[in-house]
Design a binder for this molecule. Structure first.
Ligand SMILES: [Mg+2]
Length: 422
């Protein structure tokens, strides 16, 4: 195994600093929860010898993993009940197979939600990449489970690596990623649009702008100020006919706050289709009570960071919807939660952190491939000031248009600050 940091001549652009430096400075890593693992690991043959050499030379063997930081400005400050962001500080990944096929992935940590940072993602990827070299991309499910065991508390980092492995495998198989999951529901799908917490005028201006582009389902970030939240929704309701709301509290409400909020929206005649994570993630009793007392469906977002969490939410009757996010769980565990949610007869929503079209394309592949998703919250690339990706799915107003090329069919802009492990 070799670790190479190199300067690419492909671009001049922004150089956010060598991630190796930040790794050095992030030294007390013992609290990161990454387990030590042997390197390299092909899952079958041990670290050395003839069998290992043979497996590494199979066309689907992973021979190189590259990752690099990417900063993307957010057009308007993304303010939610638990925090605020103005720049998406993400990581892109590229996995190369022995066949020459390449796949891409993205880690989009959201510190206030998942506790991961870009620095922790870079460090985790540094560790995890070593364990994946030599494995076959065709074993993407086993790789996903293995990564979960190795870094259970680093789902965004794992997700980026998993996505890139799956994309590379689909490139080799020459199928779109949604085909890998079954391709059961392949058509254009409408997404909501997120309106962050802002003052009244800004809220109406933002919502009106999106309304003009065809959006009709507004996911309003709420949970800091009940009366202010009601006033913001009422102003949007009065300005824009024929719209519906999702109220996303990001754990910011108390039970009583949320009941008052729902009552206030009802009073002015607003249509609230969903209350998302109104209260603290562990307060499943309040989630259940809010469902019962408001009659409005409740979506569990922060409450579900694993299959075990989803099982608990179902057992406690705490939600009508599970909000799937690959950054919370990684890709393979997200699919297990989808299957469990369907079997439990709850409904499916899918969303993301502050992601570009790479991670969101992977989520959209689950929508198209698995079917059964009722509410799409796949809008974050639209909130970013630029799109550093070519190819892949497209937005047409409020609709996501499927793609037909292999894998995600995307390419991120080249970077000058890449770490390569091979
Ligand atoms: Mg949410």
């Amino acid at each position: 195994m070799r670790i190479i940091a190199y300067f690419s001549r492909e671009t001049s652009g922004q150089q956010p600093g060598n991630p190796l430096d930040s790794l050095k400075s992030s030294s007390p890593q013992s609290g990161l929860g990454i387990r030590e693992c042997g390197i390299p690991h092909d899952g079958r043959s041990g670290p050395t010898g003839l069998i290992h050499t043979v497996i590494r030379s199979l066309p689907s063997s992973i021979i190189r993993i590259e990752y690099w930081p990417v900063d993307i400005s957010i057009t308007d400050p993304f303010v939610v009940a638990t925090g605020a962001r103005t720049v998406a500080e993400n990581v892109f990944l590229r996995v190369t197979l022995a066949s020459g096929a390449q796949g891409y992935g993205e880690a989009a940590p959201f510190p206030e939600v998942g506790g991961e940072t870009r620095e922790s993602c870079l460090f985790t990827l540094h560790q995890l990449s070593k364990t994946v070299l030599g494995r076959s991309a065709a074993d993407y499910k086993e790789v996903g489970h293995f990564l979960s065991e190795q870094a259970p508390s680093h789902p965004a980092a794992r997700c980026g690596l998993e996505t890139a492995v799956i994309d590379a495998y689909c490139q080799t198989a020459n199928i779109p990623m949604w085909q890998l999951w079954g391709g059961t529901d392949v058509h254009a799908r409408e997404t909501d649009i997120t309106i962050p917490i802002a003052d009244l005028d800004k809220t109406v201006a933002l919502a009106s702008g999106w309304y003009g582009k065809g959006f009709r389902l507004f996911k309003m970030k709420v949970g800091k100020d009940v009366e202010g939240d009601i006033r913001r929704l009422e102003a949007v309701h009065r300005a824009l006919p024929g719209i519906s709301f999702i109220g996303d509290g990001n754990q910011g409400f108390s039970r009583q706050d949320c009941l008052a909020f729902a009552q206030g929206v009802k009073r002015f005649g607003g249509t609230m289709v969903l209350l998302e994570q109104p209260v603290l993630r562990d307060d499943l009793d309040s989630m259940a009570a809010i469902r019962r007392e408001t009659g409005i469906p409740v979506a569990a977002d922060e409450s579900v960071r694993s299959l075990a969490d989803a099982q608990e939410v179902v057992a406690r009757g705490a939600a009508d919807y599970i909000n799937i996010k690959i950054m919370k769980t990684g890709v393979i565990e997200a699919m297990e939660i989808v299957a469990f949610t369907k079997a439990s007869r709850l409904k499916l929503m899918i969303g993301g952190m502050l992601e570009t079209r790479v991670a969101m394309g992977c989520s959209f592949s689950l929508v198209l491939g698995l079917g059964g998703f009722e509410v799409l919250d796949l809008d974050t690339p639209l909130l970013l000031a630029s799109d550093p990706i070519t190819g892949g799915y497209r937005y047409a107003g409020s609709y996501l248009q499927p793609w037909s090329g292999p894998g995600l069919d995307m390419k991120p802009a080249p970077s000058s600050n890449v770490i390569a492990i091979e």
